[in-house]
Write a protein that binds this ligand. Sequence first.
Ligand SMILES: Cc1cc2nc3c(=O)[nH]c(=O)nc-3n(C[C@H](O)[C@H](O)[C@H](O)COP(=O)(O)O)c2cc1C
Length: 430
Amino acid sequence: MFRIALPARLRVATWSQASSCRTPKMTVRRRPRWSELQPLLRPRNVPLRPTERRLAAAASISDLRLLARRRAPRAVFDYTDGAAGEEISLRRSRQAYARVEFQPQVLQDVSVVDTSTMILGRPAALPLVFAPTGFTRMMHTDGEPAVARVAARIGIPYALSTMGTTSIERLAAAAPDGRRWFQLYLWRDRAASHDFVVRARESGYEAMVLTVDTPVPGARLRDVRNGLTIPPSLSARTLAEGVLHPAWWFDLLTTEPLEFASLTRFEGTVADLVGKMFDPAATIADVAWLRSVWDGPLVVKGIQTVADARAVVDAGADAVIVSNHGGRQLDRAPTPLEVLPSVVDAVGDRAEVYVDGGILSGSDVVAAVACGARAALVGRAYLYGLMAGGERGVQRAADILRGEIAGTLALLGVSRVPDLRRDHVRLRTP
Ligand SMILES: Cc1cc2nc3c(=O)[nH]c(=O)nc-3n(C[C@H](O)[C@H](O)[C@H](O)COP(=O)(O)O)c2cc1C
């Protein structure tokens, strides 16, 4: 038997609250028993691989963003993270979600929370869609197939971009059971646009998403400052960056070359590409044209006013996405969450209304649905995951969002997504 003899200065004196004369009382210590310690010693299941370990420690999309910033070269991170001009549109989108104040209803039975909803007439496990993002293999060579596989696994749609780095057919082969949408930009060469429509139909894509907010390239100042070209060029600066991000460069140089799947060859900046290929003369007649050549659901993305929502629904759209392209096109564009309710009021009885821009958490998704959206789209949220750890990172982003959606619903006192109402949310005045 041994005794722990504490030096006098380590003895802890506490004041007896009951005693009016406030005599100091010594804390009586004893040796802990093994039987008491043993249950506290629960070894955590720490993943051995460093990427897995970092992803497991990420508790939010913001944590994944920090990991992404460390892993990807600066120009690549900035291409994803950045927006147009002074990035006012993007900041305002985020601030709008920060202004959301939930109005919870307590004492509701939320023992079972169902996060599913209907999107384009089919069930989706969450009111969430992975947005189309160009050049996804630049963020991580797992690229679009990884995003599509995660979307299929968690039961939500994913839209492949015209500017994707995986072809329509290869993506279909990578996620044959997933809900695949194709996002179309109208090329100056209409025959080429029509060719995409035909290939998407033949490869079993469910919906066509026409993006209409990109007549000319947005002013992406971070890309200009970083000298971003596509594919990234090996300059002295990028080589120096390579030393800082060896895993990214090793991955890039040892996998299939990075190129746009829908273009045979292009070298230059994103702005050069958009300026050369996209048709600034597109009009509402082109929505009607697309309606006539695509017989599946037609979604129009980039709607920012009630008048435009009405016009595209009149031209045959089945759904609209209230979006300013994540702030990457017109800076100082309308803020999607703020425009959303009036668009829902105007066309919600004839079309589904979705929203995107600045969504970084499951509670943002819940707020968007409460404001009238059938579903929310996220771009950067899954791209941060992709940059942080490839497919496993996208899965981590999806798991985080799914957990937050379910948790927010429960705390709001809502057990089913269709029960979310506008009065569950109040927008605080800034
Ligand atoms: C890196 C990146 C590339 C994008 N590429 C496209 C694209 O090719 N086509 C398109 O319609 N939208 C594109 N977008 C916009 C997204 O579809 C979506 O509107 C936007 O990301 C939503 O904002 P969030 O990133 O804050 O979620 C892109 C967005 C990002 C971040």
